[in-house]
Design a protein around this ligand. Structure first.
Ligand code: PLP
Length: 402
């Protein structure tokens, strides 16, 4: 039986998996010790559980537990990484290379660095949102101290060639950070193989609780120097002080353990539902265009532009389905999507774009309902829209923008 509203905003956040919640509960009521308390059993138990969780998280990205620093989420991890590298390596140079389609946590960190005199180089994103490794190679010079490139985009799902980018950075001896928030737990991410030096990710995007995330810092020589953004009792190797959020860490660890085991089956199941949604909407409607790479894309992402439709009007008419528009994905303010603009989408289509983010708990029945509802409402809105003409002579295959 269908239950409303139907949740299709899994890039924004995910429901906590019941198995994760179950693992967390004793750490609120029974094992509520402070992991930094060294004098009694409550503290020892909490510490042991935290270290086990750290191991599970490290395991998911093929790293060592000692390379994981707990933070409040990916925003904090990204700030810790980017600002820390900028501050500690400025004697070598002041250039940081990134892309225009990073999450706001990255883009706003660069704005603050620019104010301090750093030179931020934004590589192009192609029409699919891909970064060209050759362009990166050409942009690196002796002043470059950091390359930071998003692994999988949160709006259009495009997956960058991170292994190639990591290889170039390693060859050029430049530190490489990636925002892997949408990727970790969904697709295989191997910090060693991909030659990643720093990586940010978050629990609440992978069926874990909110308020906990991680920064992976490669422990390989030479040691990477960062500056704490929060000072205090010296927790997390002095990089992030504050009493550890034990229940959240346990949940994060459990979420990683589940994702590692179920990643392949989940990819198949959710990917099939996403393809069904994509193919049916494009087949039943004219003037619908796919944003993001057709293949190199997260299996749970579908970002579509509906010609002649205001995304916000469509969202209001499908209130029993939770999706997001291209204007509200990554920030608390409503602004046209910087990602869709950067990939060259005309303003009109930027404002006509909707992101569907599928997840673990979606069903085929839900997707069937969403297809019918979206098609019906788009047709209704177009019937009253002077901006849309069904007779438009289309020169591209269905779903593909000219
Ligand atoms: N980076 C990406 C790609 C994201 O999608 C998000 C969340 O929207 C973040 C960073 C920020 O994550 P958090 O909510 O854990 O701070």
């Amino acid at each position: 039986m269908l239950r409303f509203p139907i949740y299709l905003d899994n890039h924004s956040t995910t429901k906590v998996d019941p198995r994760v919640l179950e693992a967390m509960l004793p750490y609120f009521t029974e094992n509520y010790g402070n992991a930094a308390s060294k004098a009694h059993e409550f503290g020892w138990k909490a510490e042991a559980a935290v270290e086990l969780a750290r191991k599970k998280i490290a395991n998911l990205i093929n790293s060592e537990p000692g390379e994981i620093i707990f933070t409040s989420g990916a925003t904090e991890s990204i700030n810790l990484a980017i600002k820390g590298i900028a501050e500690n390596y400025v004697s070598k140079g002041n250039q940081v290379i990134t892309t225009p389609i990073e999450h706001k946590a990255g883009l706003d960190s660069y704005k603050s660095l620019e104010k301090k005199g750093y030179n931020i180089v934004y590589l192009n994103a192609d029409k699919y949102g891909m970064t060209n490794p050759d362009e990166l190679e050409r942009a690196i010079n002796d002043k470059t101290i950091l390359v930071s490139i998003i692994l999988a985009n949160n709006e259009i799902g495009t997956i960058n060639d991170i292994a190639e980018i990591g290889k170039i950075c390693r060859e050029k001896k430049v530190l490489f950070h990636t925002d892997a928030t949408q990727a970790v737990g969904k697709i295989p991410v191997d910090a060693r193989e991909m030659k990643i030096d720093l990586m940010s990710f978050s629990s609440h995007k992978m069926y874990g609780p909110k308020g906990i995330g991680a920064l992976y810092i490669s422990g390989k020589f030479p040691k990477i120097k960062l500056t704490p953004q929060i000072d205090g009792g010296g927790h997390e190797k002095g990089l992030r002080s504050g009493t550890l959020n034990v229940p959240a860490i346990i949940g994060f660890g459990k979420a990683c353990e589940i994702n590692k085991k179920e990643m392949v089956s989940e990819c198949n199941k959710i990917g099939e539902l996403r393809d069904k949604l994509e193919n049916a909407i494009i087949a039943k409607l004219d003037g619908v265009y796919l944003n993001g790479h057709p293949e190199k894309r997260l299996y749970n992402n579908l970002n579509l532009s509906f010609e002649g439709i205001e995304a916000d009007a469509l969202i209001m008419s499908i209130k029993d389905i939770a999706v997001s528009s291209g204007s509200a994905c990554s920030s608390a303010t409503l602004r046209p999507s910087h990602v869709l603009k950067a990939i060259g989408l005309p303003d009109k289509l930027v404002k006509s774009s909707i992101r569907f983010g599928l997840g673990r708990f979606n069903t085929a029945e839900e997707i069937k309902y969403v297809i019918n509802k979206v098609v019906e409402k788009v047709n209704n809105l177009r019937d009253i829209s002077p901006a849309y003409s069904k007779e438009t002579d289309r020169k591209t295959p269905k779903g593909v923008r000219a």
